[in-house]
Design a protein around this ligand. Structure first.
Ligand SMILES: [Cu+2]
Length: 145
């Protein structure tokens, strides 16, 4: 029952996020996108996200420091935050990313460009396959750990 209630809450939280927070992703006019997620479809476990950053003219943006955060909308979720490596001009690949739970995720890409400016993009990733249980339901976690 607790789990079901928690799930209902997380759905409500997701709806609230959509309804009340029409996000203005601050990409500074850049095109920041996730071009692939492996494995596909996404599933619990190790995963590799490939991102592309392009400028207004569509040219690859090289030399950025890019961090990727994966999180979920329910309370108590510990986000997964990793660095990326630029594998070719404007293409950045996550290092040691993993989906820790099944369900709906939000991927947040944060880039610090070579000139010091920043860009942030959020992408909803629904239906990551696998167990939707989380360790947070353990008694230890409930006590605030
Ligand atoms: Cu979660």
């Amino acid at each position: 029952m607790v789990t079901r209630f928690a799930l209902a809450l997380s759905v409500l939280a997701a709806l609230a996020l959509v309804a009340c927070n029409p996000r203005s992703d601050d990409t500074g006019g850049l095109d920041v996108r996730i071009v692939s997620i492996a494995p596909d479809p996404a599933a619990v476990g190790d995963a590799t996200l490939t991102l592309e950053i392009r400028d207004l003219e569509g040219a690859p943006v090289s030399g950025a420091t890019v961090e990727v955060e994966g999180t979920m909308t329910h309370a108590g979720m510990e986000p997964v935050i990793v660095a990326t490596e630029e594998t070719s001009d404007g293409t950045y690949v996550t290092q040691d990313f993993a989906f820790t739970m099944g369900g709906d995720w939000v991927i947040i890409v944060r880039a610090i460009l070579a000139d010091g400016s920043t860009a942030e993009q959020r992408v909803e990733l629904r239906g990551v396959q696998g167990e939707m249980k989380m360790d947070m339901n353990s008694d230890k976690a409930k006590e605030g750990n």
